[in-house]
Design a protein around this ligand. Structure first.
Ligand code: ATP
Ligand code: MN
Length: 478
């Protein structure tokens, strides 16, 4: 009898503790909003549902926008099922905001580098890129104030280009650039001016890649504190001396002079490598992005993972996560998403991609040597920054369906929301790039708008769990 009472009391105390912790976070979120008095209140700007719906808004709005296109024709049943459970899905018994003491990215009992793991020593004349590669660690590509990042960017932007070849296997044209001493970069060419947006009838998988998206995404990843994207810099090339003269093979046969007297080439690949989609200089200068190469396979093999929230890449089909409302429950039970940092990393990636509008996240990669408890690389942002006036809420599906986010990520987002805006911070970060300005202004403005959407989604999730926990506590009291 006494035992039972003790147990009950303990359970009550525990659940009260959980409620208190969540409440503190809510207060945290709301206090932070309070600072933005000079701005419109958040739910005035971003409507994800009305105030009375106690947190189902994020799901409902998500569902509303998301299912718009599927309400007719195929998938009717699945949509209805999704709709039904979107309404009753509860955030479950896990915290929405994962505190630092439960976040393996923050705890980092150990953070060995590739150099440590492979017992590699640098030669005295090692390049900046080699140094940076060996310093890649289990939990990030580079440290917060790593001076080698700037050094590598300068190298890629200024060292002579010795050799160029087309990268095999990619869907769109990419060149591998060789500099002295084995330094390499992945080059994506400029095709359009900064203000040219994704063609309205193009899917995310048929969209052109944009070199400036790679540059902007690197800086954004860096200022958000993720540090999961390799350094990327812009540079203007002389197509004759820095491409044509230093390459060989089939690609040479694709060079020509256009009717406007510009020097052009198209290379060989499966998308847009033909005369009608050639890459042309002005008349023979060409701008592009140069991404620092990842360490070679011999040093650090990568594992390629299918992204659980991958899109269908078919013009009429939907992906599983678009049809199953409890999709996240399934993922939460599936290794490596059932423990550790991986699911939190995918939520970070979803936030990152939502901010840039990148819908093209079909796979992601990690370094094998670090096992599962390591960061996910942010590779390939070529299709980001395509639509400045459209916010693609479905990119946030991992956050919206799992109601989960790192406290550190949330704190960073709040800092931008309440302080120097993300657009301004990114503009300043990109100002030093040789081909600045990197982004068309409407894309920068979109970042601040989308940041508010992310915060509102988190707030809705927190509200919902708080309401659920309070209801549970009430039940216990009776
Ligand atoms: N900085 C880098 N250094 C070395 N390899 C890289 C780098 N960035 C990307 N890669 C490799 O090149 C591959 C192709 O890059 P990317 O995804 O940009 O091209 P893609 O043509 O869009 O390919 P896909 O069509 O498969 O998405 C990546 O999967 C990755 O393994
Ligand atoms: Mn790609």
């Amino acid at each position: 009898m006494l035992n039972m009472k003790l147990k009950e009391r303990l359970a009550l105390a525990l659940s009260a503790g959980a409620v208190l912790f969540t409440l503190m976070l809510v207060v945290d979120l709301q206090m932070d909003y309070g600072y933005t008095a000079r701005r419109a209140p958040l739910h005035g700007r971003v409507r994800l549902g009305d105030d009375t719906d106690r947190g189902r808004g994020a799901y409902l709005e998500f569902r509303k926008r998301f299912l718009q296109k599927s309400s007719s024709g195929s998938g009717g049943n699945a949509s209805r099922e999704y709709e039904q459970s979107a309404a009753d899905t509860s955030a479950g018994d896990h915290p929405v905001v994962v505190p630092p003491h439960r976040d393996l990215n923050v705890l980092r009992p150990d953070n060995p580098t590739i150099g440590d793991m492979e017992d590699l020593e640098l030669s005295l004349n090692a390049t900046n890129l080699e140094r940076l590669q060996l310093k890649i660690s289990q939990h990030e590509l580079y440290a917060a104030r790593e001076p080698l990042v700037g050094a590598v960017l300068r190298d890629l932007a200024s060292l002579p280009i010795l050799h160029v070849e087309q990268k095999e296997g990619g869907t769109q044209l990419k060149l591998i650039i060789d500099y002295p001493n084995g330094i390499q970069a992945l080059f994506k060419p400029m095709r359009f001016a900064r203000d040219v947006q994704t063609l309205p009838d193009h899917f995310y998988f048929s969209d052109y890649e944009r070199h400036n998206a790679e540059i902007a995404a690197f800086h954004l990843d860096r200022i958000l504190g993720f540090r999961r994207a390799m350094p990327v810099v812009g540079r203007v090339l002389n197509m004759t001396t820095e491409i044509y003269d230093v390459t060989e093979g089939d690609i040479l046969k694709t060079f020509f002079v256009s009717p406007a007297n510009n020097f052009c080439f198209h290379g060989k690949c499966s998308y847009y490598c033909d005369t009608g989609h050639a890459i042309c200089g002005h008349p023979d200068t060409l701008e592009g992005s140069f991404a620092a190469f990842l360490p070679p396979d011999e040093i650090a093999k990568r594992k390629v993972w299918r992204h659980p929230w991958r899109r269908s890449y078919h013009k009429r089909r939907k992906a599983q996560w678009e049809l199953e409302s409890d999709y996240c429950d399934t993922i939460r039970q599936t290794p490596p998403y059932d423990s550790g940092r991986r699911l939190l990393d995918l939520v970070d990636m979803a936030i990152f991609d939502f901010l840039t509008g990148n819908m093209d996240r079909h796979h992601y990669e990690t370094f094998r040597m670090f096992g599962n408890e390591t960061f996910t690389l942010h590779l390939d942002q070529g299709r980001a920054f395509g639509k400045a006036f459209h916010d693609e809420l479905s990119i946030l599906a991992p956050l919206l369906q799992c109601c989960l986010v790192r406290h550190t990520t949330l704190r960073t987002l709040l800092t931008f929301h309440n302080g120097v805006p993300l657009s301004e911070s990114l503009r300043v970060a990109m100002d030093e790039d040789p081909v600045a300005p990197i982004l068309w202004e409407p894309h920068l403005a979109a970042l601040d708008r989308r940041l508010a959407v992310v915060l509102d989604a988190v707030r809705k999730c927190v509200d919902k769990t708080t309401a659920a926990a309070a209801a549970a506590a009430d039940d216990n009291d009776v």
